[in-house]
Structure formats: structure tokens, C-alpha cells
Design a protein around this ligand. Structure first.
Ligand SMILES: Cc1cc2nc3c(=O)[nH]c(=O)nc-3n(C[C@H](O)[C@H](O)[C@H](O)COP(=O)(O)OP(=O)(O)OC[C@H]3O[C@@H](n4cnc5c(N)ncnc54)[C@H](O)[C@@H]3O)c2cc1C
Length: 477
């Protein structure tokens, strides 16, 4: 064994298996596993409350897998690492690359500075295709998903799985106190996380349980089932992927190996959705301002409305539109929202309410356990129509029609809006139009037990289209 001591700097790769940086460090000799909570460099996009709870749990799980030898620090890595390297006689540092603009900037600088102190190396542990690969013939990035994807899959995902045997990992002792992870203060002061904890098992083991569950129950009917929020056919792997408790390679290859259990087109459709994650990272890398700025700049002139009271009703799931309210309450109670419902609540906020998409992105950022700067920014810009390959602005989702189509029996609505469970059929999807006698029979008084619809769908749709027409006209200066 050589005399190396390598910092394995864990970031969004909180796993032991298929972790290229870890495998490299282990092959070199002794490792010192380290996590740094960096709230300095992300600025406005530092981790939200639900993500912090998840991180707390995930770090605890990783620490356990490492025999309680994970080091944790809090602060700016540029200040912490040089001191740490000197104090622990470090010869090497490795990490898996991050792609958020603040990470890219930070890491470029760090690589230069730390190279003067020890050997530095970085790896791809988070992507099937790193964002700088896969450009168009003219060297510019794709803006539309389908050609991006068609071109991507011509080359299979970049790397093979790299596993390490846990008993082969030589870890130096950690002298930090037992409450080291608690000292990061990740748990929210209100007891909100208790509700989140009922729905998830953060950590590498939990990610594999979730993957297996999906393979057994969801994959074979993924393509159609994924549109129905009451069905268990989506993977719910997004927070595990975000924190790197499982790699996209592991998910992609496991799905690919299921042809005996699921039709080929279902597997392919799932892989295509995984590629949407890749595309979001690709967009964030090539257009780093998308978390805050419209990708299509004509939206800078869009006449958004500011109405804090309506925004608060949307956040609380009190709009009077059952599917929208069910989605917003699912988000609050579980830290997750089904993809179709994300699109519907998003369209409602930006098109029916004419509220800027950034308010939606910020609320999601704080509440989602899978909050991810790439997918959240791309998702909101898609919904708003301001992004790459976006939903056309004139496509305004009608929450009643969507509700009847994708939650016809109202199972999803009744789960999250239980005060409506006495209603059925069209009345359940649109209680504000239900006859008084029906509402009385179900024990519902509008605005007392459940809010009256906060807006008129037809009028607000027309208003949205008029607003859109104003930004399509050439700017008069
Ligand atoms: C307004 C809005 C905001 C969003 N914010 C986020 C976010 O913060 N974090 C996040 O991970 N996803 C986000 N998404 C994308 C998508 O809703 C979630 O990835 C998906 O619902 C996660 O559930 P799942 O793991 O069961 O997905 P599955 O259907 O099982 O898909 C498997 C994986 O593919 C990826 N994926 C699927 N659909 C998309 C998509 N449209 N865009 C990007 N990746 C996708 C995810 O990694 C997901 O875990 C957002 C979508 C919208 C419309």
C-alpha cells in the first residue's frame, strides 16, 4: 500500500457503490471521507428546508456505512480545505463533478488552488452524458430535447459501473464528536420533517429499495401509468438521484436489464425520462442563467401580476381547484409532487394567475425533497413557455379537464383534499359548480369547508393569451 491519504469529498454522490471518485481514492490507499455543507457559494439557491432534512438523513446513513468515520464541516470549501489538507497530512483529494453554475465556478478555482497543496482529481459520478459532450454539428448546444436525445443515445452512457467492496475501504479514524451531523443544523425548527419522514427512506439502501419497488410494480406500465397521479407507476427516485444515493448509470442499466419483466417500449420510455434529467443539466450548464432569467428574453416584458394573497392560497392548496390543491398539499405533506400535477399547478400559477414562474420555482425549491437546480429551473421555464423546448404559451392546462382525465375517480384528490370525499363525478372535480343540494349532502359549505374557486378559468385563460400577445409584438423603444 502506498503512503497516500486521499480526501474523498462527498457532495451530491452520497453512496459507496458506482462512485468513481471513491473507487479511485480506495485504489490509491487510505481515505478520509469528508462532506462540507457549503451555504456560502450557492447564494440564493442554497438548499431549501425539505432538502436539508433529506441531507441530514442521507449523511447519517452514509456515516453509518463508513463506520462513523465521515467528517463533516460547514462553510466555504475554499477556506476550509487548505487548512484541513495541512492538518491531516493529505496527499490527494478527489470528488465527483457538480454542474450547477456556482459549483462549476467554485470547483475550477479550487482545482487550481488546491493543486499547489496536493494531487487533485475529479470524476463523472452524476451524469449519463456530461453536458459538454453532445453538441450540434456547428458546435452549439441543442435547445430541443428530441434531437438532443436522439444524438445522445447514439453513444451509450459514458462509463461502466464501478463498485468497491466496503471491507476494502481503508478509512482513517474520525475524531469529531458523535453529534457531528446534528451540528450542521439541517433539521427545520418546525416539526415539518416528521411528516416527510413517513414517506421516504433517504440513503443508499433506501434508493435501492425504491428502485426494486419500481421495477416490480411500476416499470411494466410506466408509459401510460406515469400520467396518473394515483397510480404507483413512477419511480420516485428523483431525491435519491439528486443526492446521488444511486447513480443514473445504475438506474439506466437496471432498467435495461428488465426485458423479461417489462415490454421494451416501457423500458425505453423510462430511459427517455431519465434523459430529461440529463437535458436539464445540459441546459443549466450551457445557459447558466436559467434559474433566474427567462431563456427567451421576450418574456422579460411579460406583464406578470403580483398578488401575494393569491400566491399564498396557491402555496397552501386553497385555490378551490381540487387537483391543484391536492398537488400543493401533496408537496407540503410529502416533499414530492407527481410530474403531471407539477405541470398543472405550474400552469395554473403562471397562466391563470399570471404570477411570475420564479415564485413557483422558489416555493418548490423550499418544499421539494428532490429540489434540483437543473430540473426545477428547466421545469418551470418549460411550464411558463419561456424556456428551451417549452410548452407553448397558448397551451393553458384546464385543471378540471386534466382532473377528469387523469384522476377520474378522484382517488388522488380525496387522498390530499379529504374534505371533498363526499363528492363524486364532475362535482368532485369542480365543487364550485356543484348544485347546492349535492354540496349540502356531502356536508360541504363553500368557503367554510372548502374554498370557492379563486378565479374564472375561461376569463383568466383569455387574459393569459392577451398578455402573451403583448410580448410577441416587436418591442417599441
Ligand atoms: C415545474 C416543475 C418543476 C420540477 N422540479 C423538479 C426538481 O426540482 N427536481 C427534479 O428531480 N425534477 C423536477 N421536475 C421534473 C419531474 O417532475 C420529476 O423529476 C419527477 O416528477 C420525479 O418523479 P419520479 O422520480 O417518480 O419520476 P419518474 O417518472 O420515475 O422518472 C425517473 C427519473 O427521470 C427524471 N425525470 C423524469 N421526468 C423529468 C423531467 N420532466 N425533467 C427532469 N427530469 C425528469 C428524474 O430524475 C426522475 O427521478 C420538475 C418538473 C416540473 C414541471
Amino acid at each position: 500500500m502506498s503512503n497516500t491519504r486521499t480526501i474523498m469529498w462527498f457532495r451530491q454522490d452520497l453512496r459507496l457503490q458506482d462512485n468513481p471518485a471513491l473507487a479511485n481514492a480506495v485504489a490509491c490507499g487510505e481515505i478520509l471521507p469528508l462532506y462540507i455543507l457549503d451555504d456560502v457559494n450557492p447564494g440564493e439557491w442554497k438548499m431549501g428546508a425539505a432538502s436539508r432534512w433529506w441531507l441530514h438523513e442521507s449523511l447519517s446513513s452514509l456515516n453509518e456505512s463508513l463506520g462513523n468515520k465521515l467528517w463533516v464541516l460547514k462553510g466555504d470549501p475554499a477556506l476550509l480545505l487548505p487548512e484541513f489538507i495541512a492538518a491531516h497530512a493529505i496527499t490527494n483529494i478527489v470528488w465527483n463533478r457538480g454542474y450547477e453554475p456556482w459549483q462549476v465556478n467554485r470547483d475550477i478555482q479550487l482545482k487550481t488552488n488546491l493543486s499547489e497543496l496536493c494531487a487533485v482529481d475529479s470524476f463523472n459520478g452524476a451524469m449519463l452524458w456530461e453536458p459538454w459532450t453532445n453538441l450540434k454539428g456547428d458546435g452549439t448546444p441543442y435547445r430541443v430535447f428530441t434531437p438532443y436525445y436522439k444524438n445522445s443515445i447514439k453513444t451509450p452512457p459514458e462509463r461502466t459501473i464501478v463498485n468497491v467492496k466496503p471491507q476494502a475501504i481503508d478509512i482513517c479514524e474520525c475524531t469529531q464528536p458523535a453529534n457531528k451531523i446534528d451540528s450542521l443544523d439541517l433539521i427545520p425548527p418546525v416539526q415539518w420533517h416528521l411528516s416527510l419522514a413517513q414517506h421516504w427512506q433517504p440513503g443508499e439502501a433506501g434508493a435501492f429499495v425504491q428502485l426494486e419497488k419500481f421495477i416490480d410494480d411500476g416499470l411494466a406500465n410506466y408509459k401510460t401509468g406515469r400520467d396518473f397521479p394515483s397510480l404507483n407507476t413512477v419511480s420516485r427516485l428523483s431525491p435519491h438521484l439528486h443526492f446521488g444515493e444511486i447513480s443514473p448509470n445504475q438506474v439506466w442499466l437496471t432498467a435495461m436489464g428488465q426485458s423479461a419483466n417489462a415490454p421494451e417500449h416501457e423500458i425505453e420510455h423510462f430511459q427517455r425520462e431519465l434523459a430529461w434529467r440529463e437535458f436539464s443539466y445540459y441546459l443549466l450548464y450551457h445557459f447558466p442563467s436559467i434559474p433566474n432569467q427567462n431563456l427567451h428574453s421576450q418574456f422579460d416584458r411579460f406583464p406578470w401580476l403580483e398578488d401575494p394573497q393569491s400566491l399564498q392560497r396557491w402555496q397552501a392548496g386553497e385555490t378551490g381547484f381540487p387537483l391543484v390543491d391536492a398537488g400543493m398539499r401533496e408537496l407540503w405533506q410529502t416533499g414530492y409532487m407527481h410530474n403531471r400535477v407539477r405541470m398543472i399547478v405550474g400552469s395554473f400559477l403562471v397562466k391563470n394567475m399570471l404570477n411570475h414562474w420564479l415564485d413557483g420555482a422558489r416555493w418548490f425549491w423550499d418544499c421539494l425533497v428532490d429540489a434540483d437546480l437543473a430540473s426545477n429551473s428547466a421545469g418551470w421555464q418549460w411550464v411558463a413557455g419561456s424556456g428551451a423546448d417549452a410548452s407553448p404559451y397558448f397551451r393553458v392546462f384546464n385543471p378540471h379537464t386534466q382532473s377528469l382525465k387523469f384522476d377520474g375517480a378522484g382517488e388522488y384528490i380525496k387522498k390530499y383534499v379529504p374534505e371533498l370525499k363526499g363528492l363524486s363525478g364532475k362535482d368532485l372535480h369542480d365543487p364550485s359548480s356543484a348544485p347546492a343540494i349535492v354540496l349540502a349532502g356531502a356536508g360541504i359549505t363553500l368557503d367554510k369547508d372548502y374554498p370557492r374557486a379563486m378565479l374564472d378559468l375561461k376569463q383568466t385563460r383569455e387574459r393569459a393569451l392577451e398578455a402573451y400577445a403583448t410580448i410577441r409584438k416587436p418591442k417599441i423603444s
